[in-house]
Design a binder for this molecule. Sequence first.
Ligand SMILES: Cc1cc2nc3c(=O)[nH]c(=O)nc-3n(C[C@H](O)[C@H](O)[C@H](O)COP(=O)(O)O)c2cc1C
Length: 187
Amino acid sequence: MRPGRQSDLRAGLLNPKAYKKAVGRFATGVTVVTTHLDDDHFAITISSFTSVSLDPVQVLVCVEKTTRFHPAVLAAGQWAVSVLAVGQEDVSRWFATRGRSADPDQFAGFAHHAGALTGAVLFDEALTQLECRTVAAYDGGDHAIILGEVIGVDTSVDAGAESREPLVYFEGGYRRLGGPSTPRPEF
Ligand SMILES: Cc1cc2nc3c(=O)[nH]c(=O)nc-3n(C[C@H](O)[C@H](O)[C@H](O)COP(=O)(O)O)c2cc1C
C-alpha cells in the first residue's frame, strides 16, 4: 500500500482532515431547511438531505447538535426543505454563516413565503420545496438524524432554464453540473 493512501480507523489513527477530504468527494445537492416556533423562524444550510422511503414517503436530514437549528427543529416537530438552484449560492452561504441574525430580517433579500402546511419558510426560486413532519430523531454522534414524513411537495418553480439547474457541493466548494445528462434508464 502506498504511504498515506489509507487511514486506519480501527487503530484510531484517522486524521479528521483525511476524513473530511474523503467524504467531501461525495457530491451533494444543497438545501436550506427551515422551521419555526411561533414567530421565531430558524434556517440552516444542509447538504445531508436524503430521500429515505417511498411508502411511506420519508426523508432525513442530519443536524449538528451545536447549531441553533437543532433544539428548534426538535421542539417544532415540523420543517420545510428548499432544494437550491445554481443561482442560489448566496442563500446557501448566508444560512451557513454561524452567528448571523436570527431576526425575521434574516430572510430579507431572498424571495420566500410560508409553507401552507407547516408555516415554515420556503424559498420561491428553489428547485423543489417539501414540507415535513418529524417521525423520529436518532442519535448520530455530534449530529441528530431527523426522519420526516413528507406532507407536501412543490416542483412548480418556473424560473429560467438556468435556475432549474441544481446547486452542487463538492470538495468544499460550490459547483454546477458540467454537461448533458446521459439518457434516463427505464425503471
Ligand atoms: C454546503 C453546506 C452544507 C452543510 N450541511 C450541513 C448539514 O448537513 N448539517 C449540519 O448540521 N450543518 C451543515 N452545514 C453547516 C451549517 O449550515 C452551519 O453550521 C449553520 O451556520 C448553522 O446555523 P445555526 O447555528 O444558526 O443553526 C452545512 C454548511 C454548508 C456550507
